[in-house]
Design a protein around this ligand. Structure first.
Ligand SMILES: [Zn+2]
Length: 831
């Protein structure tokens, strides 16, 4: 009997050991799978994906891969959910239950917390994806009993790489630059990454600025998955300059006032948990500095405004390669960088598991408050416009953020965004309304409120993004909750067939896209430079006129199809006779005889973000072809082949030099349109040939002995001239084609003190005046400098023109109301 029991026990033991060994064999460590220790080489993205898939195949009971799409360059995007087998068996139930906190349908806290770790959003901050391999293995490694304890209370979601295109751009370049041994000399080529660096995605977009706007495909697909889960904790992994130590939570001021005491306090607990491990290892770190929580489109703030504890962790390491000598005269290795990120990964899971109850309780409370509308002094936001297009675009953005909206047809008195005073709401024709009493009402408030209260102005990013301004629609905010009708659908009945011509009222970026599409079909388009009346209806300047004359057979069907698809109005007309104003044969009606050929400067010396915005705008938004020209080849390129050349923000060598100036001037004089953006305008202006003059910033040379700057006040002094990004109202010359469809006003994002002299030598198409500051921080010196000046100008030179814009009209491609101005500059040239 005894023997038999012993036999059975030993059989069970052997069986158990075999199972363990089978697992140990089938869950390879990163080193055994890759053939090298993590950090001793860079792991290419496809290897990361295949390691994750391999681990998931080995432990399907613990790891579930959720592919969520592809990058622009076709790389796989995925999140791995990791948990104990008993939790993974009911993963879908856990997800639904978690959503119950958001919509208020569940009350019990009886389930694991969700901890979401996002690695490598900036491609050339690559240590974190290496760390993700270690984190995954530590969670499933059967010999790691600690992680199994933590997993009783957590589901861990790992996105090993948010930005695979950027990562591989960096890694493939580094691999080809490094020799047999890495070179720690900071001057070595392997520490000097070429243009465009791997930080950004395919279109050179900073994906850590895109969470709320979702202009890029990586973000769109990731947020769709994120919104199925809504984690309680989210970490965004980064690297900073390699002379910096490690940064982790708690975050720096300014913090948005909607953040709850819990969201701030738990950051401290997390930070202290990390500090414990860093101290044990004598690793340096800093907290509470530099990385604030305000701009809503980061990987820390966006989760915060969605109820999570959102954090940024930063390891020193950009450009460090496999190893570099830093200021401390130490060699910083990729092994060390990955180890630090791995450490904070586990520490985050540990402290989250230990506080699971509180995490869920506070998460639930956050959404309970949001649904009650408690966290906003304004209870309803109402936007109104004369046409539906900008409102439809804004509704689309709200939808992408899970914010509910509707329309409003009543009357009330509230804060008027245009006058910045209390005023009676005036319905301009179409409305879009949002009540903050809804699950994502706090996020709605952050995005829609007219002024963001900033308790500290030393911020990392822009301080104003209020969507009614960004979209150029008239906003009102009510402190009383208004009753709104659910839903907003763009409706435009299809155009009736036309024999003679179509009139297309031109009033929005949607109509500019229609113009681009019609031209792209080789259909000639006319436009009215002045308003006219037909059939008792007034058509404003800029109205597009598509006529049978000089167009091919399909002009009408194609125009109708394009307008119908875009919900854009096209009115058939049977005659070229205008009841009032110019007939269609008048010189006041101009023709765009062919689609303009557009080129842009890019490459070295051009801001990669600035160039990326223009490129993405054409490819993804305007849907119009653009040729990218390398500025370094400029002297060899025949630019006369193009009709429009765009010069993005950049630090150009010789842009104002003799050779380049002569070439560009010849292009313009022959009828070309040169569009200079942001800093490139300053460089052109430095050559008097262009005849545009930057406004001098008033400064006093006298130094008052009682008011000299103090060393310790350096930051405050800097802030006086600082304007990280504020909204300024720009008065447009409504009679100029560049202002077509804008209604005379443009809300401009001002990020510096630069304006141009008011002049009779060019069209002062967009100017700021004393009352132009609308929202956002501007230091006293910056405010003083921005009292009056030209920010959009058009100078006619020979048969062509120079269009200059002091600021960025398509900032991160979400600055909606500038897109029409840039489109106008491209298409309306009056030739
Ligand atoms: Zn980063």
């Amino acid at each position: 009997m005894y023997q038999r029991i012993f036999k059975n026990v030993s059989f069970i033991l052997v069986f158990f050991l075999m199972v363990l060994m089978a697992h140990a064999q089938t869950v390879p460590s990163p080193a055994s799978y890759l053939g090298y220790q993590v950090g001793t080489r860079f792991t290419r993205h496809h290897q990361i994906v295949s390691y994750f898939n391999t681990v998931a195949q080995a432990r399907p009971d613990m790891v579930k891969i959720m592919p969520y799409g592809k990058t622009y360059e076709g790389r796989d995007l995925l999140v791995a959910a990791i948990g104990l087998p008993e939790n993974m068996a009911k993963l879908e139930q856990i997800r639904k239950h978690n959503n119950g906190y958001v919509d208020g349908s569940v009350t019990d806290l009886n389930q694991p917390a969700i901890v979401w770790l996002s690695y490598n959003v900036h491609g050339n901050e690559p240590a974190s994806s290496e760390a993700s391999l270690l984190t995954l293995f530590a969670l499933v490694d059967p010999s790691n009993t600690k992680t199994k304890e933590w997993l009783k209370n957590t589901i861990v979601m790992i996105d090993p790489c948010i930005n695979p295109d950027g990562r591989d751009r960096y890694v493939n370049w580094y691999n080809n630059a490094v020799g047999l041994q890495y070179n720690a000399d900071p001057l070595a080529r392997e520490h000097m990454e070429p243009w465009p660096a791997g930080r950004s995605n395919h279109y050179n977009f900073d994906l850590n600025r895109d969470w709320a706007w979702q202009t890029q495909v990586e973000t769109q697909q990731r947020i769709a998955l994120y919104q199925q889960w809504y984690p309680q904790v989210h970490v965004d992994y980064h690297e900073q300059g390699y002379n910096q130590p490690y940064y982790f939570a708690p975050a720096a001021e300014p913090l948005h006032e909607v953040l709850t005491p819990w969201q701030k306090d738990f950051q401290v607990q997390i930070g202290k948990n990390h500090a414990k491990y860093f101290d044990q290892n004598n690793w340096l770190f800093f907290t509470k500095e530099r990385f604030d929580l305000l701009y809503p489109s980061y990987g820390d703030t966006y989760p915060m405004y969605n109820g999570a504890i959102g954090m940024t962790y930063e390891q020193g390491g950009i450009s460090a390669g496999l190893g570099v000598q830093n200021e401390d005269a130490d060699t910083l290795t990729l092994v060390a960088r990955a180890t630090h990120h791995f450490t904070t990964s586990l520490s985050t899971i540990e402290i989250s598991a230990a506080n699971k109850e509180n995490l869920l309780k506070e998460f639930k409370k956050y959404y309970d408050n949001s649904r009650l509308g408690n966290a906003s002094p304004y209870k309803t936001f109402v936007m109104t416009a004369k046409n539906q297009h900008a409102l439809a675009a804004l509704a689309h953005l709200l939808k992408k953020n899970n914010i509910q909206y509707g329309t409003y047809n009543g009357s009330f008195k509230g804060f008027d965004y245009a006058s910045k005073k209390e005023a009676v709401f005036v319905n301009e024709g179409y409305t879009l309304a949002v009540n903050v009493a809804q699950p994502h009402g706090i996020l709605a408030r952050v995005l829609l409120e007219p002024i963001t209260q900033v308790n500290d102005s030393n911020t990392y990013d822009i301080t104003a993004w209020s969507l009614p301004y960004v979209y150029g629609v008239h906003g009102y905010a009510s402190k009383e909750a208004l009753s709104i009708q659910a839903g907003f659908e763009p409706n435009q009945s299809p155009a009736a067939p036309a024999q003679y011509g179509y009139l297309i009222p031109y009033n929005s970026f949607a109509t500019a896209k229609v113009l681009a599409a019609i031209l792209h079909k080789n259909i000639k388009v006319r436009y009215a430079e002045k308003a006219f009346t037909i059939g008792g209806r007034q058509y404003e300047a800029g109205t597009l006129i598509v006529l049978k004359t000089s167009n091919g057979e399909n002009w009408a069907a194609e125009t109708k199809a394009i307008c119908d698809a875009a919900h854009v109005e096209a009115v058939p007309v049977a005659s070229g006779w205008a009841d009032k104003g110019a007939d269609f044969g008048s010189p006041d009606v101009k023709v765009i005889a062919r689609a303009p050929k557009v080129a842009m400067l890019t490459g070295d010396q051009v801001s990669s973000l600035g160039a990326g915005e223009v490129w993405s705008f054409f490819d993804q938004q305007l849907n119009y072809p653009i040729t990218q020209l390398n500025y370094s080849n400029f002297n060899r390129i025949d630019i006369l082949k193009y009709d429009v050349i765009i010069v993005p923000e950049g630090n150009y060598k010789d842009l104002a030099g003799k050779a380049v100036t002569e070439k560009l001037q010849a292009f313009v004089k022959k009828g070309g349109v040169l569009i200079a953006l942001e800093g490139s305008v300053q460089q052109l202006a430095s050559n008097t040939e262009w005849g545009i003059k930057m406004k001098e910033i008033p400064k006093s040379d006298k130094v008052d002995i009682n008011q000299v700057s103090k060393y310790g006040n350096a930051v405050t002094d800097y802030l006086e001239s600082s304007i990280p990004g504020a909204i300024y109202k720009v008065y447009l010359d409504e009679t100029h084609p560049i202002a077509f469809g804008m209604g005379g006003l443009y809300y401009n994002l001002k990020q510096d003190m630069v304006t141009y002299e008011v002049s009779n030598d060019y069209w002062n198409a967009g100017v700021i005046k004393k009352d132009s500051h609308v929202a956002g921080f501007a230091g006293v010196k910056a405010k003083a400098a921005l009292q009056e000046g030209v920010v959009i100008g058009v100078k006619e030179i020979g048969a062509g023109k120079l269009v200059f814009m002091a600021d960025d009209p398509i900032f991160r491609n979400f600055w909606e109301n500038g897109k029409l101005i840039l489109s106008n500059a491209i298409f309306f040239n009056g030739k």
